[in-house]
Design a protein around this ligand. Structure first.
Ligand SMILES: [Zn+2]
Length: 322
């Protein structure tokens, strides 16, 4: 992010420096191009209209990372950002207990150890038979807790270890208020770790019937794979639930949007000319926005480094004000 931002800034300053060498653009082909319309250009006229287009050669655009894409139809998503908590899956946590009372002779696993099903975890001397018997793991998993000490006396049914199979986890997402009405099982959800931002796509499996008393939220549950073992029970996570997607006749990425003179604009490219086009916007989601008017499908719109184009148009306006 930082690297790409500084690369972007470098590219932008390089472009502006290159454009500065060509002067204010008065004699460039763009100014001669039909329909260019540069109201601020009349000599001696105190005109508040800023110029709304500029010329950038393909080579300069490439250096500055300016990229265009045609206006297309698409979909706008209804997304909800929520928080949640990781928990072990019910039935995937096992208590390891002593079968017969007696002194604990050995404990062979520690918290955090991975153990196989059937692996011996403890040996205990039975007070009944005076022989030593072993206790093994009922399931494969990770030792979540060790509740006994060597030399201590285990009673019948005393918990010795807690083993959890954490290869999959539940993520319980908290949903508030009216959102409960339209977030339903089956919708896609992307869950992200707070620690390192790693995310995983899954599906909402169910919305639990009750309400969490403390938070007064409804819990929606999904299952996560835990292949790297770094999804930890008890950890808080962020999640984005995509409830619905609505078709839109014209969409542009949010990165295309700029504001000029208080209006939302995008930059339309025709040959080497980039023109600011006021647009009326509709619904938006995290990455894109619906354009209700101002564009025609298929027009090439700047979708990357649009602020460089804005800066260049602004610079052209400044140099025309003398
Ligand atoms: Zn919604």
């Amino acid at each position: 992010m930082t690297l790409s931002a500084s690369r972007t800034a470098l590219a932008a300053s390089l472009l502006l420096a290159l454009l500065a060498l060509t002067g204010c653009g008065k004699d460039t082909p763009a100014d001669a191009a039909p329909g260019h319309g540069e109201p601020g250009h009349e000599e001696g006229e105190d005109d508040h209209d800023a110029p709304e287009s500029t010329t950038i050669t393909a080579a300069m655009a490439g250096q500055a990372g300016i990229r265009v894409a045609p206006v297309v139809a698409g979909t706008i998503a209804d997304e909800h950002d929520v928080q949640g908590l990781l928990t072990p899956v019910d039935g995937r946590v096992a208590q390891v207990t002593a079968r017969f009372p007696g002194p604990i002779r050995s404990l062979r696993a520690n918290v955090g150890d991975r153990v196989a099903a059937g692996q011996v975890l403890a040996s205990i001397e039975s007070n009944l038979s005076l022989t030593t018997y072993t206790v093994s793991a009922p399931i494969a998993g990770v030792v979540l807790a060790r509740q006994a000490q060597v030399g201590g006396v285990a009673g019948e049914g005393t918990p010795l270890f807690e083993i959890g199979d954490l290869s999959t986890l539940w993520v319980d997402l908290h949903i508030f208020g009216n959102d409960t009405q339209h977030i339903t099982a089956g919708v896609p959800v992307t869950v992200s770790r707070m620690t390192d931002g790693v995310s995983q796509a899954t599906t909402l499996e169910r919305v639990l019937p009750g309400t969490a008393t403390a938070s007064q939220s409804t819990v929606a549950r999904a299952t996560l794979r835990n292949d790297d073992g770094l999804w930890r029970p008890g950890a808080a996570v962020k999640a984005r639930i995509v409830v619905a997607t609505t078709p839109a006749a014209q969409i542009v990425p949010l990165s295309a949007l700029q504001s000029m003179d208080g209006k939302d604009v995008v930059f339309v490219r025709t040959a080497d000319t980039y023109t600011a086009r006021p647009v009326t916007l509709g619904a938006r989601d995290a990455t894109q926005v619906e354009v209700l008017s101002g564009l025609t499908p298929g027009e090439d719109v700047v979708v990357e480094q649009s602020y460089v184009v804005k800066a260049d148009i602004g610079k052209a306006g400044a140099s025309h004000e003398h």
